[in-house]
Structures are given as C-alpha cells and as structure tokens.
Design a protein around this ligand. Sequence first.
Ligand SMILES: [Ca+2]
Ligand SMILES: [Ca+2]
Ligand SMILES: [Ca+2]
Length: 362
Amino acid sequence: MNFAQKKISFVLLLILLSISTKCEIIPKESTLSKYLNLDSCLHFTATVSEFKDGDTVYVKRQDNGEIEKIRFLGINTPEKSYTDDGNIDPENSEPYAIKASEFTKNALQGKTFTVYYSSNYHYQRDPYDRLLGVIAVEGTILNVDLLREGLAKRFFYNENPIMKFEEWTKAEASARKRKINLWSHYHSQRIVITEVYPDPPGDETNTGEEFIEIKNFGKKAVNLKNWLIMMDRSTHYNTLTSQDFILNPGEICVISTVPESDFRALFPSFPSNAKYLNSEYKFYFKNNPHPPQQRIFYLCSPDKYIEETLTFSLDWYDGLRNGGKSLQRVNFRKIEEGTISDDSPDKQLFKADTPTPGIISQ
Ligand SMILES: [Ca+2]
Ligand SMILES: [Ca+2]
Ligand SMILES: [Ca+2]
C-alpha cells in the first residue's frame, strides 16, 4: 500500500467510525407515523445523562446541550422502591419495576436517539414539569416496545394530540394476550369483569350507584381479602377489603362504595343471592376524564399482580349525556373456551345497556 492508498484507507476508516458512533438509526417514517401524528410533533436528538427508572430518564439535548428530564409519554412502568441509604429495594419494589428499568437502560445506554414531543405548549409537560416524550431509538419506539413487552401499562396524562391511541392500545393487547411480564398473572384466577356502571344519572354528587360487577369463572374459590384497585391516572393501589371475602366458583359479586342495604334499595332487582362488596376504597369513575379513553381500572391480587382490567371511553355509552347506561360484557366465548385473554379491543367485548347488578345478561 503506497502513501496515497494508506491515506484513502485512513479517511475511509474515519468515515466508517463516524458513521458507527454518531449516526442514529431513526425508525422508518411509516413506523413513527403509525403511532404518532408527526405533524403535531417537535423533536431533538439526545443521549442519556442519568437513568431514573423504566419510564423516566435525564437526557442531554444535542441541539442546546441542556439536560432535560423526560417522562415517557403514554405509558407507566412500575415503581421501584429504595432503602434509606439509597439502594434499590427489590423486596418492596413493584413487580417488574427493576426489569422495566433495565429494559430502558439496555435500549438507551450509549445510544443517540430522538425525542418526539408535542408542538403544542399545553401538552408538552406533566405537572412535575417533565417533558412528555416519545423515544425513537434504533428503528423502534421505546415507549411502544415497553408496552409490547408487558413492562408498561398505558397511562395518559391528557388528550395529547401526538398519540394515535388505538395503535398504542394494540401494543398493550399483544402483551396481554401473550401473558408476559406485567400480564403474567392476568386472569390466572379467572376473575372477569362482567359489568361496569360508571355514570348513573345525577352522578355529579357520586351517589354510590356506580358499581363494578365481577364473576368467578374458575373452579377454585377466590378470597378477595387485600385485593387492590387502581384507577385512571392514579398509580396507587387501593384496598377493596381487608376482610375475608370469598367468591366461590360461578359466583357473581358487585363492588360499590355504599352500605349494602343502601345499594339494594337503589337496585331492587339485585338478586339476594348475589354477593356485595362494600369497597373500603371509595372509588368513583371520573365523569369527564381527559382524554376520554382514560377510563382505566385494574383489579390486582395482594401481591400487585394484575388479574383483570378494563379500559373504556365515554363515547361508548355517551357518558352522562345518556346517564343510566352501563357497560355489559357480551362476549363470553373466550371465557367458555378457557382462554379469556384475547386481543379483541375491549369495545368489542362490552355493550351499553340497562344496569343489571348481580345478573349476567348475554
Ligand atoms: Ca412509573
Ligand atoms: Ca362517574
Ligand atoms: Ca350484570
């Protein structure tokens, strides 16, 4: 190799090195536009300056060199717990919190990536002033990957116009169907939501008529003692009952927040043999959630594994505008087949009808 050839080789080597270290592989426009309304987005490239957890990182922006705290838009990963001396406490961390955190670390460490966020000021930050961002890295979208891997749940701050909700929902449904990670205990005790009554007429005062109806479709009795409910934007697990409460195979239970006698007076058709659980946690369904899709609740066993969930939207039954309608589960085929989990959108499994607490109408 003469000097000129060596020089050319050296220059080529430099070019290759600069490509491999600096070039960011941006997802195809089709991948991005499947999940995002790109017309409503701004973006910048960045590297991580500090990992916090599965859904939060500090990044260094390449455009202005500033450090920005990013909260991943549209999802929530479970919370880690720390000991007094600042170390991770695996015992008290929520299930899969550490795994989600490591997934995010593996995806971003040493990488340059792009952060997409809303061009509308109102949707840019959460109440803690964290930038609500979507991370595009190496041809994929990290927020969606976390959903698809069952390491995050959908979690909406507001009606963020950059998200295509339906597609994000499908990514989570895929993890639910495969029962991975957060969904590994999904329907394992065969407790199924059969009806939800979120907006009775006059619900502005939260009269206690709201209810959730569940049925034990399994062959084993389930004790609902210390079962938990989590709703909407809250990340708190709230106790339904701290007393023994046995739901036998085939039994239906209505969960609401008023004394049983009051509930039975409100619904004279409620069968005397159907069980009633007066929830210790005084839950209610928000009458005007934003976004309207953000009516989500989870029922979890005491170890914080998700047994059952439902996400629904005001427009499925017109909300308070048509108060008096409840959502009734109509598709029992999968349950009867013994495979409750499927990837049908929740909307196909429920229809709006007159409330029938304690009665399963098909
Ligand atoms: Ca979180
Ligand atoms: Ca309500
Ligand atoms: Ca019913």
